[in-house]
Ligand binder design. Structure first.
Ligand code: PAF
Length: 283
């Protein structure tokens, strides 16, 4: 696997591949790679001739009291995993490469509407940080396809809207969430959980499935479904930030005649906030 740390180096690899007519899949990550990331790389490989993964713990998307300092950095094992899956190139930019004049001086990308609620509300500035770094990475890599995990459903929709709004020439693919046998969504933050917390955490997906099933069977009192779900989760020891039944496209609260829905949930076990969601198609 090739490695690049500078924009110039990265662009040389990409140009060489493009000169040979190869298409390029790009998977941006913050490292600490797990099965979910591997499935993104494999999806990219299925769609394109070459795969590029970036690893960059983007300071711009972390709030002042969040875990940027402690975010797990496991470069050696990440590289082994990327080699094992047959990734062609890993891009490892330094913060000084992406933000040469510092975070305060960089122009910012603000994606409208989709960022007002949920993670946008709970983590002010988060999606501006995500959209800004992803736009920069797209302009550096110039991929044909980029794969995002649907576990971070709001992020996936925000990036899709950015691409649409700015006419970016890249196809965004949403990849299904990889889960542990318990149903818990794969996440770098799962490693903060002890054995008891891991057991509790698995309840999030069971609750999502239960509410989805009620909707599929005709329940349409979304407020009451949300309230019951939050009571169940909080009763089991979570601190639930939101459990929201939404229109899958706009992420606005779902109305009774919407056909494509998504339930977004964020609930903390101890200090660890866990995100998950479930899509529901009522066609
Ligand atoms: O999902 C992530 O890991 C990050 O938000 C991303 C897309 C790599 C941007 O830093």
């Amino acid at each position: 696997m090739d490695q690049a740390t500078s924009v110039i180096e990265l662009r040389q690899y990409v140009q060489h591949w493009k000169d040979h007519g190869h298409s390029i899949a790009f998977i941006p990550t913050m490292g600490n790679l797990h099965a979910g990331h591997m499935s993104l790389i494999e999806k990219g490989q299925a769609l394109c001739d070459r795969s590029i993964c970036s690893i960059f713990v983007n300071p711009m998307q972390f709030g002042p009291n969040e875990d940027w300092d402690h975010y797990p950095r496991t470069l050696e094992s990440d590289i082994e995993k990327l080699e094992a899956v047959g990734c062609d190139l890993v891009y490892l930019p330094a913060a000084s490469e992406l933000y040469p004049e510092g975070l305060d001086r960089i122009s910012q990308v603000q994606v409208t509407d989709l960022t007002d609620n949920y993670e946008g509300k709970h983590r002010p500035g988060h999606f501006t940080g995500v959209a800004t770094v992803v736009l920069k990475l797209f302009n550096i890599v110039k991929p044909d396809v980029s794969v995002f995990g649907k576990k971070d459903y709001q992020q996936y929709r925000v990036i899709s809207k950015m691409v649409e709004d700015f006419n970016l020439d890249v196809q965004i693919i949403g990849q299904e969430t990889t889960r542990e046998p318990s149903g818990l969504a794969s996440s770098s933050r799962n490693q903060y959980l002890d054995a008891t917390q891991l057991e509790t955490a698995a309840m999030i997906y069971r609750q999502l499935q239960q509410t989805a099933q009620q909707i599929e069977q005709g329940a349409r009192d979304f407020d009451s479904l949300e309230k019951t779900a939050i009571e169940n989760l909080d009763g089991a020891g979570f601190t639930t930030d939101y459990f929201a039944i939404c229109n899958a496209e706009t992420l606005q609260p779902a109305s009774a005649d919407d056909r494509n829905l998504v339930i977004l949930v964020t609930a903390a076990v101890g200090q660890t906030r866990l995100l998950d969601n479930i899509e529901i198609s009522l066609w």
